[in-house]
Design a protein around this ligand. Structure first.
Ligand SMILES: Cc1cc2nc3c(=O)[nH]c(=O)nc-3n(C[C@H](O)[C@H](O)[C@H](O)COP(=O)(O)O)c2cc1C
Length: 169
């Protein structure tokens, strides 16, 4: 654990933005990708600030994050990214380089070996400390039927927040 991180400061703004979309960016080897997320959690566990993301098996992002140690999340604080969030939330990094296609500017993470979007609001850098495939048997049946009728479950990634900052140009 490094210095104390003031992860609470922007948490309510993040939680408000999340259902409208944030970018989850991952890197594995030479491959990097970003996709839109709408679900997640922020909190405190194991004496660490935690950001949780949930990635379905079908995503290209899953193939990368499964091999990665870290990820970043960027949550816009204005409407500039609305259209791009729609695109990167429907198209796959298997087919296109989303960063090039949509001119999404990147910069290196400050505490992780994973890029962050360089002009996009609240930025979280996270180190994965727990990976949790969903257990269908443990899930409320109504939720299971509503969200997982095709068996495409989420894997839940618990990230220790190693840095948080506002990154608007
Ligand atoms: C608003 C919004 C929220 C989304 N939230 C999630 C999410 O939390 N988890 C997930 O696995 N997919 C989510 N998606 C879908 C992925 O972003 C989408 O399938 C994307 O095309 C995957 O890209 P990839 O194949 O490059 O990883 C969301 C899409 C939108 C538009």
């Amino acid at each position: 654990m490094g210095e104390k991180i003031n992860y609470q400061a922007d948490a309510s703004e993040y939680i408000e933005q999340l259902p409208r979309g944030a970018f989850l960016t991952v890197k594995s080897g030479e491959q990097q990708n970003t996709m839109t997320i709408g679900w997640g959690t922020i909190g405190y566990m194991w004496q660490r600030p935690i950001l949780i993301v949930a990635v379905r098996y079908s995503r290209f992002t899953y193939e990368l994050i499964d091999k990665a140690a870290e990820f970043s999340v960027s949550a816009p604080v204005d409407n500039r990214y609305n259209k791009i969030l729609g695109r990167v939330g429907t198209e796959s990094g298997r087919d296109i380089d989303k960063f090039k296609e949509y001119n999404i500017p990147l910069q290196p993470g400050k505490t992780i070996d994973c890029p962050v979007i360089s002009d996009c609001g609240i930025t979280y850098e996270c180190k994965i400390i727990y990976r949790q495939p969903m257990d269908p048997e443990a899930l409320n049946p109504d939720i299971r039927d509503k969200f997982y009728s095709n068996q495409d479950y989420h894997v839940i990634y618990w990230g220790e927040i190693t840095a948080v900052y506002k990154n608007n140009l």
